[in-house]
Design a protein around this ligand. Structure first.
Ligand code: COA
Length: 338
């Protein structure tokens, strides 16, 4: 059988509490003007203390299941992309599985940060195309707000990130008319570990020459907060996202002008504008959500997909391209007919 996979349903969730840039001004010694000008972000959603990452994922999953019109018992596997799991181990996929009341099916986490969803979707695609499974739940979910330095020391990073979850049901399909039927055409995945420390969260970790994963000195130095060389990330992100998109298009004989909608990772509005400029993509074909959600890392692409469907910007049969870049460095792209 010549199986492909298609997006049968999509769902998303962001917590209720909204933090506008002006709410961060006192806390972080920043300004609405700086944040909007440099990033495009106007607000983000942050969880209440009772919520965990798998709680957000559960809500997104429920919406995706309803959209796909399948019961949770039909899920064959859970692939959960996150850098902010409920606990160090086991993975958030296992916690979500229990909350869904499922057992036996495989559940695992993907730790590819901002590229997590592209990696997760590509891995699920392999299992569907070879016929092993019929329906795979692919999640991207993050709670950043519980791990941000909310003092002026953290302002370079903490203004960027929001909490949220997005989910898709990826379903095995047989494509009769590739110009109309939903399916993933291609995914490309990449990494370059020599840049691992340009955007990372060092502690807790075993990479320190001490006998514990975290100690008071690490806490005092803020090694438990993410640190980033923003300019390096910016330069590599624009270059790599453009490059991987072109390569994906080339492999399947698609012109950039054939793509109806671009759902990019949401790290910075200026990154996405620059990628569009490099590739000559009209801005109106790029669907952005960073203004209202900030960077929700693994969740940005499925959340954007959910919002684009709700806004009527994404309809069945449209050709979509996604690309992401993030910590690792990791990056990738995917072209799919929705
Ligand atoms: N509010 C106000 N001022 C801030 C600030 C904030 N939140 N954060 C940094 N600044 C200050 C800096 O201290 C610096 O001040 P100085 O000139 O007096 O030294 C100035 O603003 C410029 O800082 P810089 O870091 O050079 O800004 P930038 O133009 O590179 O923009 C980013 C910073 C983070 C917005 C930008 O580099 C970026 O988006 N990079 C990519 C990030 C990314 O994609 N991360 C997620 C990975 S997927």
């Amino acid at each position: 059988m010549n199986y492909k996979s298609r997006i049968a349903g999509v769902g998303g969730y962001v917590p209720e509490n909204v933090f506008k840039n002006t709410d961060l001004e006192k806390m972080l010694d920043t300004s609405d003007e700086w944040i909007v000008q440099r990033t495009g972000i106007e607000q983000r959603h942050w969880v209440s203390k009772e919520q965990s990452t798998s709680d957000l994922a559960l809500k997104a999953t429920e919406e995706a299941l309803a959209d796909a019109g399948i019961d949770k018992s039909e899920i064959d596997m859970i692939v959960f992309a996150t850098l902010s799991p409920d606990h160090d181990f086991p993975g958030a996929g296992c916690f979500l599985q229990a909350k869904l009341g499922l057992s036996n099916i495989p559940a695992f986490d993907i730790r590819q940060q901002c590229s997590g969803f592209i990696y997760a979707m590509s891995m699920a695609d392999q299992y569907l195309r070879c016929g092993t499974y019929k329906n795979i739940l692919v999640i991207g979910a993050e709670i950043h707000s519980k791990g941000l330095d909310k003092t002026p020391n953290g302002r370079g990073v903490s203004v960027l990130f929001g909490d949220g979850a997005g989910a898709v049901i990826l379903q095995r399909t047989e494509v009769k008319d590739p110009s109309k039927d939903g399916h993933i055409l291609v995914s490309h995945l990449h990494a370059d570990g020599k840049y691992a420390k340009e955007l990372w969260l060092p502690a807790p970790g075993t990479g320190f020459p001490v006998d514990s994963r975290i100690n008071e000195q690490m806490l005092a130095e803020g090694a438990h907060y993410a640190s980033m060389n923003g300019k390096t990330v910016f330069v590599h992100a624009t270059k790599r996202m453009a490059e991987t998109l072109l390569n994906s298009c080339k492999e399947v004989g698609v012109e950039l002008s054939d793509i109806d909608l671009f759902l990019f990772h949401q790290a910075n509005l200026r990154i996405n504008s620059k990628v569009a400029e490099i590739l000559g993509i009209p801005e109106e074909k790029v669907f952005n959500t960073i203004q209202k959600y900030g960077n929700t890392t693994a969740a940005t692409i499925p959340l954007g997909m959910r919002d684009a469907v709700k806004a009527g910007a994404l309809k069945r049969g449209m050709l979509v391209a996604s690309a992401a870049f993030g910590s690792g460095f990791t990056w990738g792209s995917s072209i799919y007919r929705y």
